[in-house]
Write a protein that binds this ligand. Structure first.
Ligand SMILES: CC(C)(COP(=O)(O)OP(=O)(O)OC[C@H]1O[C@@H](n2cnc3c(N)ncnc32)[C@H](O)[C@@H]1OP(=O)(O)O)[C@@H](O)C(=O)NCCC(=O)NCCS
Length: 170
């Protein structure tokens, strides 16, 4: 059994969204179902191959919930009373103060309005609050162009430390 103090609601000005305010709060027992549902939908289309491998959208949503007991802390973002995005680390995963960054996820219909960028600012603040000095993320891009996730992380101050090549027959 463990007790964690969850981060309170905060508001961030994002001019491109409908009411210009993005509200964020840490995922709790009350919002875990919304968060897991959002995670599985916001992974599309880039992670459809993994969703298929894991057994579909419901299986992905379930595995999202299973991440919590192993220390995942997620921030859920809401715009105009609707949940629109998620971002989160597993603190101290690789070594003390070095987190596994699980990524930023925005629902397809809300992309391109700088919500992802706002989530990156929010996660930097949250990670510092949790005493993390570094976050490591594993993501993927095709050979000819970087995926939006990788571009977002680079734009938010991240750097590529290693690249791996995976070949798949289609
Ligand atoms: C990655 C993601 C979170 C971006 O969210 P977003 O709210 O659309 O991002 P923003 O509007 O804040 O864009 C910020 C930057 O990200 C990059 N970006 C976002 N969408 C992009 C796209 N479709 N193509 C190329 N770059 C893109 C750009 O660098 C952009 O900055 P710019 O507009 O000044 O060029 C969103 O596309 C998503 O949820 N993707 C699916 C989930 C995913 O793969 N997450 C990464 C997991 S590791």
């Amino acid at each position: 059994m463990f007790a964690v103090e969850t981060l309170n609601l905060s508001k961030r000005y994002v001019p491109d969204i409908e009411d210009s305010w993005l509200e964020t709060e840490e995922v709790s027992d009350e919002t875990i179902d919304n968060a897991s549902n959002l995670f599985s939908r916001a992974s599309s289309p880039y992670w459809d191959w993994r969703t298929e491998e894991e057994g579909g959208i419901s299986a992905v949503a379930e595995s999202f919930k299973e991440d919590r007991p192993r220390g995942a802390r997620w921030i859920l973002a809401r715009s105009n009373k609707e949940h629109v995005g998620l971002v989160g680390p597993i603190p101290d995963y690789y070594e003390p103060d070095v987190a596994w960054f699980r990524g930023a996820f925005v629902l397809p219909e809300h992309r391109g309005k700088r919500i992802g960028s706002a989530l990156m600012s929010e996660i930097a603040r949250f990670a510092k609050h949790l005493g993390q000095r570094e976050m490591i993320v594993y993501t993927f891009s095709s050979l000819d162009s970087l995926a939006p996730g990788a571009l977002l992380y680079l734009k938010s101050g991240g750097k590529i430390e290693a690249e791996y090549l995976q070949l798949a027959r289609t």
